[in-house]
Design a protein around this ligand. Structure first.
Ligand code: NAP
Length: 287
């Protein structure tokens, strides 16, 4: 499928490269319709050589040339980058932000531009296995919504939400989610080593157990509640029952719930430019 739109990435980092790879792999865009802009010439040359795309050190020039401008800088850099792009974006161009915590209002104010999509991808997006939650300002056209779907599909699955408040929730659930999964896996691997497995074998056992469990859940013809699958592997008086009793007793479920709630609150704070997280008053010493 060929495209008649140009796309510029402002911030040619890990996520931008994941998107570029996905766009090219899925043939959503050709190299000649992609521009990457950023401060490091070495990085730009590397991207140019690897993907055959155009590169520029000037963000404003890259934006002027584009129908879609992807904001893919770190949140701390955003304000300065927006100031530099003010007035350099075509009136009807689409600005697609993947910057965590940056509200549509903030981007719109910074750019003096109203055609904006805010999205929240996650790390597996880098290999096309992510899930991105996104929403759009009312100025985004039907055609631009379609283009956004195409672009975000290059990162894996995409989920459109009507209301921006779901973006903070998605940040806590799927955006930050890989961190919880990796911690859980790391703890399982360590437990395997504690039991006596060589680490490499423990890692294989854990990775395939997680992958297989997800596939087993997702590939069933009939949607099933997770609790049912858990019950299937829990025979009376057996090993799973012993382990699950201990996890519940240790507050596993509550810990996950509170952790995700904390990430949600933090995401909202970051959106308001709060510099630090207030102390958790439930922890002794912080009252
Ligand atoms: N990584 C994830 O899994 C993930 C998930 C969800 C959302 N996000 C969001 O995606 C965004 C990018 O994250 P990332 O992991 O790709 O970060 P990254 O690898 O650090 O990429 C940021 C890029 O921006 C460049 N940059 C710095 N200052 C710039 C400027 N003034 N103008 C243009 N480019 C500039 C950096 O160049 P130098 O390195 O030379 O400074 C770097 O190439 C972040 O806002 C993050 O919140 C990331």
């Amino acid at each position: 499928m060929s495209t008649d739109w140009n796309i510029s990435f402002i911030g040619p980092g890990v996520m931008a490269e994941g998107m570029i790879q996905g766009l090219l792999r899925k043939k959503v865009a050709q190299p000649e319709s992609i521009i990457a802009a950023g401060p490091s010439e070495d990085r730009l040359i590397q991207l140019q050589q690897q993907y055959g795309i155009e590169v520029l050190t000037d963000n404003a020039t890259a934006s002027k040339k584009a129908d879609v401008i992807v904001l893919s800088v770190k949140p701390q850099r955003l304000e300065r980058v927006l100031a530099g792009l003010r007035g350099a974006i075509r009136p009807n161009a689409l600005v697609l932000s993947i910057v965590a915590g940056a509200s549509i209002q903030k981007i719109s104010d910074g750019l003096d531009h109203e055609v904006i999509v805010r999205s929240m991808p996650n790390t597996p997006a880098q290999i096309g296995e992510g899930i991105t939650v996104w929403t759009a300002s009312s100025e985004v056209s039907e055609e631009q919504l379609r283009i956004t779907r195409q672009i975000l599909s290059a990162l894996g699955e995409e989920v459109y939400v009507e209301e921006e408040r779901y973006l903070d929730m998605a940040t806590a659930l799927s955006g930050t989610g890989p961190a919880y999964v990796f911690l859980f896996m790391e703890a399982m691997v360590d437990a395997g080593v504690h039991l006596g497995f060589p680490r490499r074998i423990a890692e294989r056992l854990v990775a395939q157990t997680v992958r297989g469990s997800v596939d087993y859940y997702q590939r069933r013809d009939d949607p099933v509640h997770l609790a049912r699958l858990r019950n299937e592997v829990t025979s009376p008086g057996g090993t799973s029952a012993a382990a699950l009793y201990y996890l519940e007793k240790a507050g596993f479920r509550t810990a996950i719930s509170r952790a995700i709630w904390a990430a949600y609150v933090r995401s909202q704070e970051l959106g308001r430019d709060a510099k630090s997280h207030p102390p958790d008053k439930s922890i002794p010493g912080n009252e």
